[in-house]
Write a protein that binds this ligand. Sequence first.
Ligand code: PHE
Length: 355
Amino acid sequence: MRMEITERLVDLRDEALSKVASAKDLEELESVRVAYLGKKGALTAVLRGLGELPAQQRPAVGRISNEVREALESALAERKQALEREALERRIAREAVDVTLPGRQRVLGHQHIIHQIVDEIVDVFVGLGYRIAEGPEVELDYYNFTALNHPPEHPARAATDTFYVRDMTGASSPDAFDSEVLLRTHTSPVQVRVMEKQRPPIYVLAPGKVFRRDVADPSHLPQFTQIEGLVVDEGITFGDLKGTLERFVHEIFGPDRRVRLRPHFFPFTEPSAEVDVSCAMCGGEGCRSCGGEGWLEVLGCGMVDPNVFRYVGIDPERYSGFAFGMGAERIAALKHGIPDLRLLIEGDMRFLRQF
Ligand code: PHE
């Protein structure tokens, strides 16, 4: 009987220890513990049977049982520790952050070339004491044409040249024209809006978007940016206009460039001129880049027509003024040697990143 129970204990121990050793995780280990040491466990059952042994055998068998229990308990504790360590190591490995991985690239944006050139030009005139003025992009015919001295039959009013938002053609009143709504074709209507509200002296610069029914090609865009200048004061002369434009050209294109004015016509200025800048490539000799001319056109200008002053109630006997208007995209193209204005609006980063 004693031999029997002793052997049984040793068998149980070996069996339990091998199961402990092969337990793959804490859960499996716990079920091994319950299977041997739990209330209904195999070892517990043997220990319960001790009471039935003859008294002189009990101490020896009791000692062996205790040894088996202790061996099992310490094997369980050791294995538990090992499995916990493994689990922790696995978790650390899984959650580890590899600080040597390259970081996420964030692309830094920058100001678009059109806005850069507008800011540069604004800076020049703000430096001369001009204030910035604004007007609506959706404009009334009155401001875009009528008050700028365009006769009713002026070709720029044609629906083939101008985007009309609300067409009043056929309306009964002869003044219906004036309330037609259109996308402004130039920034000159801002001149009228400023003069309606402000008395001279006036020194303003008005940058903004303008719209024309043109098909985009290397030198035209249906939407582009104009910068309008207007000066009204006592004793303003054509010489003031020319000096102002020379200053502008030298600041934007460099002090070596020369300025030339050619007679031109605009309904709202008299006299009017187109302004050319000497070609940077040939210095005025004529080359391929300026089409053999030696000069490149940069803007339109003139002395404010007395008729425009009458529309806004400024006395042309007392005040005189000049105005000019330029295309920002064109200035940018001339300054940077850009051969096609469409490049400016296509959003190709390979092109835009150069500026
Ligand atoms: N508004 C004219 C244009 O768009 C330019 C201009 C402005 C001419 C001011 C004279 C004076 O062509």
